[in-house]
Design a protein. Structure first.
Length: 191
C-alpha cells in the first residue's frame, strides 16, 4: 500500500530520488539537507522576520559568466568591520576604512605600508626618504613636505615614477598624490 496517511507522515521520510512539487512545501520544524539546494531562475533565498511578514532576500544576478562559491568567515567579526573577499570567494572580516588613512608625521625616513597613507615630512636639516610600496593598481599615497630638508620619494625596485626610472624629489612646500597606474611604462603617476 503506497497511500500516504497521517500515520505514515508522523515518522521520518527518506527520499532516495527526486521530490517534485508544484505547490508550496512547508515544515513546522527544522529541515536537514545533505548536498546542494538549487534555487532556479533567479529565485530568492528569503529569510523571514519573526512574524513572517517581511524578509531579507539573496538573489543571483541575471547572468553569471562562471559559477562561484562564497565562503563565510568563522565568526561574526567586530564592530565597524565589513566583509572582504580574497578574490577566490573566501570572505573575511576587515576593518572598514575610508580611501585614506590617518596622517603620518614623518620626521625621519618612512616606508609606505598601505594604500591611502598620507605623510607629512618635517625636518629642518636632514633629508627624508619616503619609500613607495610595491605597486598595486589603484594604490594611492599623499606626501607633503613641510620641513626645510629635501624629501626623496624612493621607487620600489624598478617601478617608475611618471614614466621615469628615477626617484623623485620634493623641495619645501611641495605636495603630491601618487597613484599606481598598473602600467609598467608609467608606474606611479603624480596627480
Amino acid at each position: 500500500d503506497d497511500a500516504v496517511t497521517s500515520d505514515k507522515l508522523a515518522n521520518n521520510i527518506d527520499i532516495a530520488g527526486t521530490l517534485d512539487a508544484t505547490g508550496l512545501i512547508t515544515a513546522d520544524a527544522g529541515v536537514s539537507v545533505t548536498g546542494n539546494i538549487d534555487i532556479l531562475a533567479e529565485g530568492d533565498l528569503r529569510l523571514q522576520d519573526a512574524s513572517g511578514g517581511q524578509y531579507a532576500a539573496l538573489q543571483a544576478p541575471t547572468t553569471i559568466s562562471s559559477s562561484y562559491t562564497l565562503t563565510l568567515p568563522a565568526d561574526d567579526g567586530d564592530a565597524d568591520q565589513v566583509l572582504s573577499t580574497n578574490g577566490s570567494g573566501v570572505l573575511d572580516w576587515v576593518t572598514s576604512g575610508g580611501l585614506y588613512s590617518e596622517w603620518v608625521v614623518a620626521p625621519a625616513h618612512h616606508t609606505v605600508q598601505a594604500s591611502g597613507e598620507q605623510i607629512i615630512c618635517n625636518h629642518a636639516s636632514t633629508g627624508i626618504n619616503v619609500t613607495l610600496p610595491a605597486g598595486v593598481t589603484g594604490y594611492t599615497v599623499t606626501i607633503k613636505n613641510v620641513g626645510a630638508a629635501l624629501v626623496t620619494v624612493v621607487r620600489n625596485g624598478s617601478e617608475k615614477i611618471n614614466s621615469v626610472n628615477e626617484n623623485a624629489t620634493m623641495p619645501t612646500g611641495n605636495a603630491a598624490q601618487l597613484v599606481w597606474t598598473g602600467d609598467a611604462a608609467i608606474g606611479w603617476t603624480v596627480l
